[in-house]
Ligand binder design. Structure first.
Ligand code: ADP
Length: 185
């Protein structure tokens, strides 16, 4: 599924493995310790190779971990990308612990990092909806809101944002959230 914004900018939703989809930046759903983990984080380190963790070791030595809602940047090792943006999503604690704003902040931070670097394409997984337990429909609404808002701006250098969703149910939630936002044809 894809949606075209003025100027030909595209928002794409696909089912798949984010480590196999070329993009200028691949977003990782990392943890605040930046130490790697399961899920998409594990897949990114396995496919990208050890150079990514070496760079994270240096970042950790300099600044400790990464605050929730923010992201740090490394190279992409063997991945089909130039950068990995390691975004730290919120752990779902029932919804009254600022989770929505923290999740929105992950997307905004990554989009800003891409713009600063003049990138054309960025890919996202469904941040926080695996081990971190964020309800997928709500997470999808936030993700689509932030990305649509960004691509509607006339001054973006980003041309394409791709959500690489790992399973059908997650894909359906994002597709529904996008349909809710997209004007009826
Ligand atoms: P979090 O801790 O932020 O919840 P997870 O990695 O546990 O992160 O899950 C986030 C989402 O990423 C889930 O929908 C999970 O199914 C998905 N996922 C796992 N592996 C991959 C992969 N290789 N490519 C894309 N998405 C993946």
């Amino acid at each position: 599924m894809q949606w075209e914004f003025p100027g030909g900018k595209l928002l794409k939703l696909v089912i798949g493995d984010i480590t196999r989809v070329p993009a200028d930046a691949i977003v990782n759903a990392a943890n605040a310790q930046l130490r790697g983990g399961g899920g998409v984080d594990g897949a990114i380190h396995r496919a990208g190779g050890p150079s990514i963790m070496r760079e994270l070791d240096e970042i950790r030595a300099r600044q400790g971990g990464c605050p929730t809602g923010s992201a740090v940047v490394t190279g992409a090792g063997n991945l089909p990308a130039r950068y990995v943006f390691h975004a730290v999503g919120p752990i779902w604690r029932g919804g009254d612990r600022n989770e929505a704003e923290l999740l929105a902040s992950c997307y905004r931070t990554c989009l800003a990092l891409a713009e600063e670097r003049g990138l054309s394409t960025i890919s996202f997984p469904s941040i926080s909806t695996g081990a971190y337990g964020y309800p997928v429909r709500q997470a999808a609404e936030i993700a689509m809101q932030e990305v649509c808002r960004h691509l509607q701006r006339p001054d973006t250098r980003l041309r394409e944002v791709i959500f690489v969703l790992f399973d059908q149910a997650t894909f359906e939630a994002y597709a529904e959230a996008l349909r809710q936002r997209a004007p009826v044809e």
